[in-house]
Every structure is written in C-alpha cells, then in structure tokens.
Design a binder for this molecule. Structure first.
Ligand code: 5GP
Length: 197
C-alpha cells in the first residue's frame, strides 16, 4: 500500500546515490561536489570502524551500536540499514534542514535505504552507479585493499545482488570515467531543477 510521503524535498532536491561497494561512489561524489560546490552531502552515522584516513564527522559519524539503536528507537533516522554486517543510518534532521534551506543534498546509501526512502520522500531522484563490468568491480575492490579476505568476498557477493537492484532506480550511470560520470549526474540534477521538481 502506498504511504503518504513523510518528507517533501522542496525547495531543495534529494539525490539518492547507490551502487555496489568499490564502484567509486566516493570519488564520483567528490568530483560532483567539485563541479558543483553548493551540493550538500549527508554524513551518515555508522557502527563500522573508521578506515585509515577517514575523519569522524566528515566521512561518517562513527558511533557504537548502543547509541545507534537509541537513535533508531527515537526515530532520528530518515532511514537505516544493516550493510555488510554494520549499521548505517541517515540523520533525518540534517537532510530536512538542508532541503528546507533550498539546498540539494546527496545521500550515498545502499539499496535497502533507497527502497525505504522511495515511497516516503516525494520528489527524490534515484541514481545508481554501475561498474563497467563485474571483473572491473572486483579489481577495484582488490586495489582498494581496505578489506580482509572475508569482507572482500562478502562485498563482491553483495555487489552482484545490488547491481540487479539498479533496475529500480530512475537513472543508471556507468562509472567508466569519474569526471564523465559526475557530469552525467550533474546533468540529471540540472534537468530536474529546470523542470522545477
Ligand atoms: P562503506 O562501509 O564502504 O563506507 O559503505 C558500505 C555501504 O553502506 C555502501 O553501499 C554505502 O552506500 C552504504 N551506506 C553508507 N551510509 C549509509 C546510510 O546512511 N544508510 C544506508 N542505508 N546505507 C549507507
């Protein structure tokens, strides 16, 4: 049954960006924000440990599971999900405030989070970043070298299932070249703006 949307994106736009682990979401997002400095990014909360170089409050807000569960019980997340064995969530207040200021804001979330948001947020645009091929995705994950063997294997298996979910998105963008992919996403967002949605 269709639910009434809980959040409307006006006057800003909510851009939901998903894609399998290793596809290059962070790099494309960084490029997108270089091309369009006004583009906001919603920093998620996670129970995963920080990787080398990740900064608390910039990459993620890193919190423990009990604090995460408390926030979830209080309804502070627009959406949350368990991904690759860790909890990840989007703070509703951060998103709603940006949209109310008329800013465009990107959520970099998994397919479960996107499926949760789809019926609840009117006017959001859903973009799925695709790898040029499954082999190339495995190669990028290996090159990233941030995962142990079990975690890498889990991410590759999840990736295959996630790619199939891309069909549910408004747009699929192939990350064959970072700048090209970022420009394609920007074109999608600008088109939305010009249509006033
Ligand atoms: P990573 O651990 O590699 O940073 O992220 C793993 C996965 O979690 C990625 O697919 C990423 O998009 C997803 N993710 C990050 N933040 C959130 C969030 O707030 N909600 C959901 N549902 N997924 C998230």
């Amino acid at each position: 049954m269709a639910r009434a949307p809980r959040v409307t994106t006006q006057p800003g736009r909510l851009i939901v960006l998903s894609g399998p682990s290793g596809v290059g979401k962070d790099t494309v997002l960084h490029e997108l924000r270089t091309l369009e400095p006004g583009m906001r990014y919603s920093v998620s909360y996670t129970t995963r440990a920080p990787r080398d170089g990740e900064v608390d409050g910039v990459s993620y807000s890193f919190i423990d599971e009990s604090r995460f569960r408390t926030m979830a019980e209080r309804g502070e997340f627009l959406e949350w999900a368990e991904v690759h064995g860790h909890l990840y969530g989007t703070a509703e207040a951060r998103v709603v405030e940006a949209l109310a200021r008329g800013e465009d804001i990107v959520l970099k979330i998994d397919v479960q989070g996107a499926a949760w948001i789809r019926p609840r947020v009117a006017g959001a645009v859903f973009i799925f970043l695709m790898p040029p091929s499954e082999d190339e995705l495995r190669r990028r994950l290996l090159a990233r070298d941030t995962e142990d063997a079990a975690s890498l294997d889990l991410r590759v298996r999840n990736a295959v299932a996630e790619i199939a979910e891309g069909a549910a998105y408004d747009h699929r963008v192939v990350n064959d070249d970072v700048r090209r992919a970022a420009r394609e996403i920007l074109d999608i967002v600008r088109h939305r703006r010009s249509e006033g949605v």
